[in-house]
Design a protein around this ligand. Structure first.
Ligand code: PGA
Length: 269
C-alpha cells in the first residue's frame, strides 16, 4: 500500500541553484571586468549543482562572451527595451543582448522602477525578452512592510502585470527574484530574514499557480536578492528555501562571490 502510494507521487526533478551577479554600473574598465569574470569562471566551472549568471554592464558583454561555459557560467543583461528596435537612444534591445550570447536579462529591478519604470512597461520588456529567446529574471519587492499585509497586494500586482503577456509555454523561461527594497544596497535596513524569504516564495507560488497552473509554478525558480553575502547566503538557500540568489555588491568581489557559489553548491541537490 505504502509502496503503491509512493509510486504515484510525482517526482520533481531537483533544480540546480541559480546564482546571478548583478554588477550594476561597475566596474569602470573593461580590463577589470575581464579580470573579475575570469576569476569567477575558475570557481563556477568546477560546480555541478549551480548555474552561475553574470550580468555586467552591456558594454562588456562582447568581451566576456568568450568565457561563457555551457550552463555553468552564462551572461545576462541588466535591462532591455520593450520595442524590438528603432529610435530609442541609449537603449538596448533583447535581440542585441541575445546576439552577444546573453541568455538572461534582468527586468524590473527596483533601481529602474525608482526611475519611473511601470509594471506595464516591465510587462512589455518581459514579452520582448522571451520573444528573443532569452530567459528573464523579473524582480519584485516591496518598499516597506506593513502589519496588515498590504505589501503582498503590491507583489501580486507586480507579478500579474509584469507577466500579463507570458504564455504557459514560455513560463519556464521566467525566473522570479524577490528583492525587498528595504534590504538592497549600502543603505539597506538589514537583509531579509530567511523566514520572510520562505513565506514570500509560498506566496509567489500561489499567485503564479492561479495564473499559470500548479505544474508550472512548482518548476519556477525563485531567487532572493538584497544584501546577500558569504555570511548569509546559506541561510537564504537552506532555511529560506530560495532556488538561488541575485547578488549585487558581493558579486563584484570574485572572492566573496566565489564563496557564495561554493555555498550554493553545498546546499544544492
Ligand atoms: P545588493 O544588491 O546585493 O548590493 O544589496 C542586490 C540587487 O540590487 O540586486
Amino acid at each position: 500500500m505504502v509502496g503503491k502510494k509512493r509510486s504515484t507521487l510525482k517526482k520533481i526533478k531537483p533544480k540546480k541553484k541559480l546564482v546571478v551577479g548583478n554588477w550594476k554600473m561597475n566596474p569602470q574598465t573593461a580590463a577589470e571586468a575581464s579580470r573579475t569574470f575570469g576569476k569567477i569562471r575558475t570557481t563556477a566551472g568546477k560546480l555541478r549543482k549551480v548555474n552561475t549568471v553574470v550580468c555586467p554592464p552591456s558594454v562588456f558583454l562582447g568581451d566576456l562572451r568568450k568565457g561563457v561555459m555551457g550552463k555553468r557560467l552564462l551572461l545576462g543583461g541588466q535591462d532591455c527595451h520593450f520595442e524590438p528596435d528603432g529610435s530609442h537612444t541609449g537603449e538596448i534591445s533583447a535581440l542585441q543582448l541575445a546576439s552577444v550570447k546573453a541568455k538572461y536579462v534582468i527586468v524590473g529591478h527596483s533601481e529602474r522602477r525608482a526611475d519611473g519604470e511601470t509594471d506595464e512597461r516591465i510587462g512589455g520588456k518581459v514579452a520582448a525578452a522571451l520573444k528573443s529567446g532569452l530567459s528573464v529574471i523579473v524582480c519584485v519587492g516591496e518598499t516597506a512592510r506593513d502589519k496588515n499585509g498590504r505589501y503582498l497586494k503590491k507583489i501580486e500586482d507586480q507579478l500579474l502585470r509584469g507577466l500579463a503577456s507570458v504564455s504557459q509555454a514560455d513560463f519556464e523561461r521566467v525566473v522570479i527574484a524577490y528583492e525587498p527594497i528595504w534590504a538592497i544596497g549600502k543603505n539597506a535596513l538589514r537583509p531579509a530574514h530567511p523566514r520572510d524569504v520562505f513565506e514570500m516564495k509560498i506566496f509567489v507560488r500561489r499567485v503564479l499557480s492561479d495564473a499559470f497552473g500548479k505544474n508550472h509554478s512548482e518548476k519556477m525558480l525563485f531567487l532572493y536578492g538584497g544584501s546577500v553575502d558569504a555570511k548569509n547566503a546559506r541561510d537564504f538557500l537552506a532555511d529560506g528555501e530560495a532556488d538561488g540568489l541575485l547578488v549585487g555588491r558581493a558579486s563584484l568581489d570574485a572572492g566573496a562571490f566565489g564563496e557564495i557559489l561554493k555555498i550554493a553548491e553545498e546546499v544544492g541537490s
